[in-house]
Design a protein around this ligand. Structure first.
Ligand code: BGC
Length: 760
């Protein structure tokens, strides 16, 4: 754990310049607006360790797969979220000295991410080699209401001297990815141009042919009044510069402005792209930095109005949850069903920015409760639109008859993961995609999704399960061999309880869906069954047999579900017995030792219990929790949240709180020693689950919201808002009291501790 961020309700604050934590801060102070995002790189030259990162949603590169032993079925490429043209650059020369704070004496330094306003601020004072002191104050944001617009205000003041300054405001398309497999550059130049204060660069990705135009409008104020100074423009291949040369007397301030537009061929035809970018940037510049900032702050206020969580009495927890919500909103706006939520969002290169089961298993509930219904629906449609590719993916592996295996990692629906034990074996992801359809219908009450889209996906997934499962004569049961469960510290196991359970559940849920559509919409049923060539009477016979006769491993002595066949053969040690220097084990143990150990990376049996809580008695939940949690090392960011939800249900408040801080401050306090690579965006939705489903005890049951809250002793109160079936309510919990306020003024029925209540 590394704690250097100051605690504050609304702000992330770093004070003092420490280059060794700069990469961490670049991740933590990242900005995004759903369309694009960037790490908190400095505008000026910086020669210290840094990970440059500008990303545009949906713009990727199919990097050639790199593996040791090629296995049939591996994908040809890995979709990489690309470093996109960087538009923040402002390089300074003062009295002919280049400003690079890595090599200067930094007198003071402060970086602030104002989450309430969505603004990144940075100020520093530095001493140049000859004793001259300068102060810089930089402010930037990516407009949350004009998705293609970003803006920078960069102020320079010479404190104890009069300065001759050269400021180079540039856009750089000659960028690369640090994680490129073959040190390739991914962008081809298309055009560069400059007219007056407007410079423009268009670049195209290799292979995928995405075209991006980045346009900047630059200007300068001297002592806060507009200056008529014109830039000298320079054009190079893949780089355009607007250079301002001016002098400042001691104490005078120059404010440099960059208003930027980033438009892509995902949204416009290539021929119109430059026109569009020019139009956007001119319009935004006419409004001016302050007006853009004002509307941006207002739009953030509206977002917070809907999604904020207030925790009174615990600053650390409050800052943690707001940081998580802020990052989620920055990452996914839900306006485009072609986009999804990458585990690192716009904060780093790792995981390629692609889609994992994280979306369905962890993220969906956040968007269900805090956003308009079409936003979570778009997350489901993303998979529906990729169903053909999931069927193709399964076909490549030998499955037939429309069986679908959704990819472990994807950008466009094609599999991008290439480790056999995950690509071919971590098939529980199909279950999460089915579960999300159920979760969406349960929360929204919208039956149309399942009828029009969801059932087709469910049937394809059920077809996969029915083929992936085989009958064991020896056991006289159906079994599923050679899988990896959510606990990736076990590979190629037989009968992972979680995977077997969710497979059976999917088959059952699909059968229910089939009956429902046949009864309520016989015409639609006919059309669908024709389209996918399904004879329900015939094909579901096997499904029913599997449902009634699946092997779900249990241990009768311990009365627990068994993570997989043979799990108890392992030497049973608890995570608390590990020495601190051994943790995290994935950084300190060999992989084979991890595989042979009983240690669990993340919720596995408990993930199933979390999803299907109502099917288990409290005693069953407790026994399994008490057995598995102590063996869990929580080395996936997705782990603590599920345990918080179950721990609060079981009244284990200390455990729940310890794990809550771990999930909500995972990145802020760098629990896993990896925040320099980027933030854990998908697990941030898990933090939301910890608060709302954990401490708030919220569940959807029988078409109603149920609450069973339990707050940590330090929390004076907890407040959050929830959208539910067209309603919008505020939930306020104090230690002994829960108050629901319907925000539309109509009465609202809900349950506390299984007792029905109604608002006045
Ligand atoms: C976890 C997976 C997860 C992936 C991306 C891995 O470390 O084990 O469950 O899907 O990270 O977040």
């Amino acid at each position: 754990m590394k704690k250097y961020i100051q605690e504050d309700e609304w702000k992330i604050i770093e004070e003092g310049f420490k280059p060794e934590q700069h990469k961490n801060s670049e991740s933590l102070f990242s900005l995004g607006n759903g369309h694009m995002g960037q790490r908190a790189n400095f505008e000026e030259l910086y020669s210290g360790p840094s990970l440059q990162g500008h990303y545009i949603a949906g713009i990727y590169y199919p990097d050639k797969t790199r593996v040791g032993w090629w296995k049939n079925g591996y994908p040809e490429y890995f979709a990489k979220v690309l470093n996109a043209p960087s538009w923040i650059g402002i390089h300074l020369e003062i009295d002919q000295q280049s400003i690079d704070i890595y090599s200067l004496k930094v007198l003071d330094f402060k970086r602030v991410l104002d989450m309430q306003k969505g603004i990144l601020l940075r100020e520093f004072t530095a001493e140049l080699k000859n004793g001259e002191i300068i102060k810089v104050v930089a402010k930037r944001f990516l407009s949350i209401c004009r998705r293609e617009i970003g803006a920078i205000q960069y102020e320079i003041t010479p404190i104890n001297f009069s300065a001759d300054i050269k400021a180079d405001l540039f856009i750089d398309a000659g960028i690369s990815n640090q994680d490129a497999n073959y040190d390739e550059k991914f962008w081809n130049p298309v055009s560069e141009s400059a007219i007056g204060n407007l410079t423009l660069i268009t670049a195209q990705t290799k292979k995928t042919d995405f075209t991006v135009t980045t346009a900047q409008w630059t200007s300068i104020n001297i002592n806060h009044s507009p200056s008529q100074l014109s830039p000298e423009n320079h054009i190079e291949t893949q780089k355009v510069h607007s250079i301002y040369k001016f002098s400042l007397n001691k104490g005078e301030t120059a404010s440099l402005y960059k208003i930027v537009s980033v438009s892509t061929s995902r949204d416009y035809s290539k021929e119109l792209l430059e026109e569009q970018a020019k139009h956007n940037v001119t319009e935004a510049n006419d409004l001016g930095f302050e007006a853009l900032e004002k509307e941006h702050i207002k739009a953030w206020a509206a977002k917070w109005e809907e999604s904020d969580i207030v925790i009174e009495g615990d600053l650390s927890a409050q800052q943690g949850i707001r940081f998580n919500i802020f990052q989620l909103i920055q990452t996914y706006s839900g306006h485009d069903a072609r986009l999804n939520i990458g585990p690192k969002g716009f904060t780093g290169e790792k995981y390629g920015g692609s889609t994992y089961w994280d979306t369905e298993a962890y993220c969906l509930p956040f968007y269900l409760s805090t956003a308009e219904e079409n936003i979570p629906r778009n997350l489901l449609l993303y998979r529906y639109n990729q169903l053909d590719k999931a069927i193709e993916n399964a076909r490549k592996l030998g499955f037939t008859n429309g069986a679908a295996l959704f990819p472990m990692v994807t950008m466009t629906g094609e599999e991008c993961h290439n480790e056999w034990e995950i690509t071919f074996e971590e098939i529980h992801r199909n279950g999460a995609i089915a579960y999300a359809i159920f979760n969406y219908s349960r929360h929204t009450g919208d039956e149309s999704y399942i009828i029009d889209y969801g059932l087709e996906v469910l049937i394809a997934i059920s077809r996969f399960w029915a083929q992936r499962i085989n009958y064991s004569r020896q056991r006289q049961k159906y079994v599923m061999l050679g899988v990896t469960g959510p606990n990736e510290y076990e590979n190629n196991v037989n009968n992972n309880w979680y995977t077997n359970y969710i497979a059976v559940w999917t088959l059952r849920y699909t059968l229910e869906g089939i009956s429902k559509i046949q009864e309520a919409y016989p015409e639609k049923a006919k059309q669908l069954f024709n389209k996918i060539n399904l004879d329900p009477n015939q094909e579901t016979v096997l499904w029913k047999e599997i449902i009634g006769n699946m092997h779900l491993p249990e241990d009768n002595d311990l009365q627990i579900f068994l993570q997989q066949d043979g799990y108890l053969d392992k030497e049973q040690i608890l995570a608390s017995e590990l020495a601190p220097f051994e943790r995290p084990i994935n950084q300190n143990w060999s992989w084979d030792r991890i595989l042979r150990s009983c240690f669990i990376k993340q919720a596995d049996v408990l993930q199933g219990i979390y999803f299907f809580e109502d099917s288990f008695s409290e005693k069953e939940i407790r026994r399994n929790f008490d057995f598995y949690e102590p063996r869990t090392v929580h080395e996936s960011s997705l782990s603590p949240c599920i345990h918080v939800v179950l721990a609060t249900k079981l009244g284990k408040l200390d455990k729940a709180y310890e794990l809550y801080l771990r999930t909500s401050r995972l990145d802020l306090d760098d629990y896993n020693h990896e925040v320099h690579e980027g933030c854990h965006i998908t697990s941030m939705a898990g933090t939301w689950l910890s608060v709302v489903e954990g401490f708030g005890g919220m569940r959807v049951k029988n078409d109603s919201l149920h609450f069973d809250p339990l707050l940590p002793p330090a929390w004076k109160s907890l407040h959050f808002k929830v959208r539910f079936r067209g309603r919008f309510i505020k939930v306020s919990i104090q230690q002994q009291k829960l108050v629901i306020t319907p925000l539309d003024g109509r009465t609202f029925k809900y349950f506390v501790d299984e007792k029905e209540l109604i608002t006045e």
